[in-house]
Write a protein that binds this ligand. Structure first.
Ligand SMILES: Cc1ncc(C[n+]2csc(CCOP(=O)(O)OP(=O)(O)O)c2C)c(N)n1
Ligand SMILES: [Mg+2]
Length: 671
């Protein structure tokens, strides 16, 4: 590779990045200018992808962690033809694909949405796990050849999640993962030394990584390091590149503007910008240009890729002809379509806890969905993901023949790894923990929802009925919090998430069916620790698909409608018996998902919850959970407004009013 062309291409990226930000009057030029050498060597010499087929299943993947370095990624992808120069000039403008931070779009070579520091490289860990899984489960040699590249910066290393992700990558020996650390000693408001004095290389080595330290602005060192990192066996590789923030930048007086916090998140500005562009060999009056030599470099790379990709396709084809069934299955896996499942195989016990009911479903899913990966943050026997685990084995270093991912006590890491698996494609990830710890996962849930990824979140111990563990373990406000995601629309205008809290064991099967059929957004399942009485005989569980429905045994022309989700529905059923003794007619409505219910026709909604009929809601969470369904003018909601208490759950039911008697008493007050 001609060093001149390589360095010119890196300068071209710097010019484009600085100019995008200058034109937008907003954005982050400094980091982008520092990382240009690395990304350019990666894309012009290492990254294996098919320019004609961006979603090629065996492609190398590049996961950016510092989304603020979007200009670097866009400029790089402009060199490979995925963005036009006009699009670069529209950075951060309404309707432009060059959004402020990169947003997942495989067709343009953007493998992940990035912005919340730390998550991006953790997705890479998940993607590397998915590649290992697919290699082991299909035998298709293409997955062995795939390399997952991640790009992390000071902010990502400082985020706590980097500890979890590095631990997982080390423990599982993810040698298909190569991470570049853009170590430029500068961050947003300070020099890095003001907040960090760890020996990052030693830390990653201690976590089981191969660590290579280089000058991150030297193409030759980058090239050698990438070759070395790719060759590492049995462990992930980290290349720590000392980079110069704002490399090549000059101030308005012509002095150096390198290594300066100010270039982190603001345009270089006026004469500083002009001096910088000239210094880098560009024309400040006409900066959105790809130099001919750079064009040539990437044409040459495209030619090389043709050959590389043709060989890989030939290899994949040979495998497919020798393994027709597996090949057809693999196509299905990457189609993103919902798997076919025979739900009649799920055997539910009467009056069971919904976490156990979930285990019954997971047990069948483990048998019938060979590309499903289930994870738990060290709670598999409690969150009952062990229903899945009992049918398979957990991943270990060098052995991905199982389908269970033991994440350790690291809920955010686990969630991000599952997101990374979904981004990779070909697998269906699910992960479990206690509902109260969904708090630790929320930032990832938000990103899964934004990226429209069908990750399944299994949250058990869904209410104060955790009991003896006390308020630290009793989720109260969590349901309200997570249901906000049902109200938030994604880019397609759909509810950004489906949140289901089933009312008994059979409704749990219905909920899992909805979760598996939902390929458009993430799904949450909120499940009970304690046993729950079955809903009355004859209940039509298929109605759960409408989000809210009338429970069997309800009366026509009711005097009062009782509304709840989860275990509270069975408390309402018991309460209804008492209310009926007063000669009142009662309807019970189970609402596993208000979001789903609100997506039904207005007529349907009115048929279930007609206006003008008295209503009573019971929720083990904040009353706000049901206030959208039970207007104050028509009734009341009984909920919990404290953190909960430590005591056996039956005592708590009595003390907190989650009994048939209290339902009766509260409903009586409405008349
Ligand atoms: C979770 C999270 N916290 C805070 C921010 C805001 N933020 C964006 S970049 C940045 C500093 C990053 O420094 P570094 O990673 O070293 O990037 P550089 O300045 O070198 O470009 C911060 C605090 C963020 N994007 N994500
Ligand atoms: Mg930095």
């Amino acid at each position: 590779m001609s060093t001149n062309a390589t360095n010119l291409a890196a300068n071209n990226i710097r010019i484009l990045a600085a100019s995008m930000v200058e034109k937008a009057k907003s954005g982050h030029p400094g980091g982008a200018m520092g990382g240009a050498d690395f990304i350019n060597v990666l894309y012009s010499e290492f990254l294996q992808y098919d320019p004609q087929n961006p979603s090629w299943i065996g492609r190398d993947r590049f996961f950016l962690d510092p989304g603020h370095m979007a200009p670097m990624l866009y400029a790089q992808l402009a060199l490979t033809g995925k963005y036009t120069l006009d699009e670069l000039a529209q950075l951060r403008q309404w309707g432009s694909p060059t959004t402020g931070h990169p947003e997942f779009e495989i067709a343009r070579g953007v493998e992940n949405t990035s912005g919340p520091l730390g998550q991006g490289h953790s997705y890479a860990v998940g993607a590397a796990i998915a590649a290992k899984f697919l290699a082991a489960h299909t035998g298709n040699p293409t997955f062995e050849k795939e390399t997952i590249y991640a790009y992390i910066s000071d902010g990502g290393v400082q985020e706590e999640i980097s500890q979890g992700s590095a631990r997982i990558a080390g423990v599982l020996g993810l040698d298909n993962l190569v991470m570049f650390y853009d170590s430029n000693d500068i961050q947003l408001s300070t020099e890095t030394k003001a907040v960090m004095n760890e020996d990052t290389a030693a830390k990653y080595r201690a976590l089981g990584w191969e660590v290579i330290e280089i000058n991150g602005n030297d193409a030759d060192q980058i090239r050698k390091a990438l070759a070395q990192a790719k060759a590492v066996k049995g462990k992930p590789a980290l290349i720590i590149g000392k980079c110069i923030m704002g490399k090549g930048a000059l101030k308005e007086d012509g002095s150096s503007y390198e290594r300066n916090c100010k270039t982190h998140g603001a345009p270089l500005g006026g004469d500083a910008y002009k001096n910088t562009i000239k210094n880098l060999g560009g024309d400040p009056e006409n900066p959105f240009v790809i130099f001919p030599e750079v064009k040539e470099l990437y044409v040459k790379r495209a030619e090389e890729l043709k050959k590389i990709v043709a060989d890989r396709y030939a290899e994949e084809k040979a495998w497919a002809s020798a393994n027709a069934d597996k090949a057809a299955q693999l196509t299905e896996w990457f189609s993103g379509k919902a798997p076919k499942i025979d739900w009649s195989k799920v055997q539910q016990k009467d009056n069971d806890a919904t976490r156990n009911a979930s285990a019954a479903c997971l047990s069948v899913l483990a048998e019938q969905v060979p590309n499903m990966i289930c994870a738990s943050a060290d709670l598999s026997n409690s969150d009952k993901t062990d229903g899945f685990l009992k049918k398979t084995t957990a991943f270990t270093k060098g052995d991905f023949s199982g389908a269970f991912f033991q994440a350790g006590v690291a809920e955010l890491t686990m969630a991000c790894c599952c997101i990374g698996m979904a981004l990779h494609g070909g697998v269906i990830p699910a992960c479990g923990t206690f509902f109260v710890f969904s708090d630790y996962m929320k930032p990832a849930v938000r990103m899964a929802a934004l990226m429209q990824l069908p990750v399944k979140f299994i949250w058990t111990h869904d209410a104060f009925r955790v009991g003896e563990d006390g308020p630290t373990h009793e989720p109260v406000e969590q349901e309200a919090q997570i249901r906000l995601m049902e109200k938030l629309k994604n880019h397609k205008g759909q509810n950004s998430m489906l949140v289901l809290r089933p009312a008994d064991a059979q409704e749990t099967t219905a909920a899992w069916k909805l979760a598996m059929e939902n390929t458009a957004t993430p799904t949450a399942l909120i499940l009970s620790r304690q046993n729950i009485n079955n809903l009355p005989a004859g209940n039509d569980y298929s109605q759960a698909a409408k989000g809210a429905y009338i429970v069997a045994g309800s009366d026509n022309n009711p005097d009062v409608i009782l509304v709840a989700s989860g275990s509270e529905v069975s408390t309402l059923v018991a309460g209804a018996e008492l209310i009926r003794k007063d000669g009142k007619k009662v309807r019970i409505v189970s609402v596993p998902s208000e979001g789903l219910f609100r997506s039904q026709s207005k007529d349907y909604q009115k048929s279930i919850l007609p206006a003008g009929v008295k209503k009573f809601g019971l929720t083990a969470g904040l009353p706000v959970n049901l206030q959208g369904l039970v207007p104050e003018s028509e009734g009341a909601v009984w909920g919990l407004e404290s953190f909960g208490f430590s005591a056996p759950y039956k005592v708590l039911d009595e003390k907190l009013g989650f009994t048939a008697e209290n339902v009766y008493n509260q409903v009586k007050k409405l008349f």
